[in-house]
Design a protein. Structure first.
Length: 169
């Protein structure tokens, strides 16, 4: 799909809510511009189309360190994406910022990440000492929490941190 020219979704006349779970890594994207094209431009394009189709609520998976002023490129792009979404005028905007996402990466065709496995082991062993917002979380937990909060929020923007997502059942 060419997100740069996205102005409608074929066959869809109206939507109530929009959920965006697009994202990649710098390594997979291959360059900063390719990363930005997906994690900023595509996310914002989908949100614009949703708004044009009547959506009033938007739920987006962002990143834990999202900050438009960050020196870290990844976090800066995520923060800029959040800012752009806030300007679209949705009645409800929920920005989910998960910590380390755990799950079966093989099923997604993603390469093994040995350092991530080591970090996950360390986090598991030290879990009682680590703040809840830094505990690993599954994509299923993120999805359930995002759905729940988007549907239970009447108005406004809310940042949903990982610890809150893990508390929602």
């Amino acid at each position: 799909m060419d997100f740069a020219t996205l102005s409608a979704l074929s066959g869809i006349k109206h939507v109530d809510d929009v959920f965006v779970a697009l994202g990649t890594t710098l390594k997979v994207a291959g360059s900063q511009s390719a990363f930005r094209a997906l994690d900023f431009e595509a996310v914002v394009a989908l949100a614009r189309v949703g708004k044009a189709l009547g959506a009033t609520k938007l739920g987006v998976i962002s990143a834990m360190g999202a900050d438009p002023a960050s020196r870290v490129f990844y976090n800066r792009v995520k923060g800029e994406m959040e800012q752009a979404l806030a300007r679209l005028g949705y009645q409800v905007l929920i920005l989910a910022r998960p910590s380390l996402l755990v799950g079966n990466r093989d099923a997604l065709g993603q390469a093994a990440r040995p350092a991530e496995r080591l970090g996950l082991l360390a986090m598991t062993l030290l879990k009682p000492l680590i703040p809840t917002n830094y505990h690993p979380i599954t994509a299923t937990q993120v999805a359930h929490a995002l759905l729940s909060v988007v549907h239970s929020t009447e108005r406004g923007t809310r940042v949903l941190l990982s610890g809150e997502m893990q508390a929602i059942i």
